[in-house]
Design a protein around this ligand. Structure first.
Ligand code: R5P
Length: 295
């Protein structure tokens, strides 16, 4: 078994290797003067079971290209089986044709991974479960919901806690979280206006005087989270926390979240959070043991 990593989250790949008790295998990634990428596998992988870790984080297109080129190189080097370990599959949000003349890019990338030579995909908490079906190769779809719910049950008083889904689409996910904690849940009526703006209406469920935990798949621009904090404050909650799997934290997310009336934000490390984006209220839990076990 060999584990490689692209540039997207080497720290996570190293942690996975620590759990597996083996070193991270070497891979060279460089760029030619004309901006083309060059990837070279730096050890023999003939007939090996190979894993390459690469979440789709910024710069997303570069990281996807790195992964595809590496998979192709592994295939040319006669690896027996190649598993793309993609803890965060960002294009999962492009999972339907909800406007004319657009691409379902989540499916396109799935096709391209298979064409590159991936035999299997290991991923976590896809934006919607049906994205799994975009792949013509086996997909192991893991979830970090138990890691985050265990954190809340260990460190918080669940007595008056309510799990909150920011929209109807996230109700299933927040429902799984609330079931594990045996707490009630509420759902907010949400419309997306643009990439960075959402509008929320009624809260369905009892939140007044309670400790709310907003539960999300990802925090991207933070727009949904901040809007939900405002909606819940108006609805009279006592305190607000959040749990989310993928801390994408793009644009002004960190600046806006630091000012928001939210006590703690529990996330995983599927996406690396650079030093300058680490807020005291953001707590990261490692998914490395989970991924190592699946490998
Ligand atoms: C939306 O459907 C998702 O579940 C998240 O709410 C969304 O991706 C978060 O994006 P942002 O942080 O940019 O509002």
């Amino acid at each position: 078994l060999r584990v490689f990593s692209g540039n997207a989250n080497q720290q996570l790949a190293l942690e996975i290797c620590q759990h597996l008790g083996q070193p991270l295998s070497p891979l060279e990634i460089s760029r030619f003067s004309n901006d083309n990428l060059f990837v070279q596998i730096q050890e023999n992988v003939r007939e090996r079971d190979v894993f390459i870790v690469q979440p789709f984080t910024e710069p997303v297109s570069d990281h996807i290209m790195e992964l595809m080129i590496a998979i192709d190189a592994l295939r040319s080097a006669s690896a027996r089986r190649i598993t793309a370990v993609i803890p965060y599959y960002s294009y999962a949000r492009s999972d339907k044709k909800d406007a004319p003349r657009i691409s379902i890019t989540g499916r396109l990338i799935a096709d391209l991974l298979q064409t590159s030579g991936a035999n299997r995909v290991l991923t976590m908490d896809l934006h919607s479960d049906q994205v799994h079906g975009f792949f013509g190769i086996p997909v192991d779809h893991l979830t970090a919901i138990p890691l985050i719910s265990d954190h809340f049950s260990r460190h918080y008083d669940l007595g008056d806690m309510v799990a909150v889904a920011t929209d109807a689409g996230g109700a299933k996910r927040a429902g799984r979280f609330s079931e594990r904690l045996n707490i009630p849940m509420a759902i907010i009526d949400k419309r997306r206006v643009s990439d960075t703006e959402v509008k929320q209406g009624h809260v369905v469920g009892d939140v007044k005087g309670r400790d709310a935990v907003i539960f999300e798949d990802e925090i991207s621009t933070g727009g949904t989270l901040i809007s939900t904090v405002n909606t819940l404050a108006k609805a009279g909650v006592r305190s607000i926390h959040a749990g989310a799997i993928h801390p994408v934290l793009c644009g002004a997310a960190v600046k806006n979240l630091s000012a928001a009336d939210i006590e703690t934000i529990v996330v995983t490390n599927t996406v690396a959070v650079p030093e300058d984006k680490r807020l005291a209220k953001i707590h990261q839990i490692s998914v490395a043991p989970l991924l190592a076990e699946a490998i």
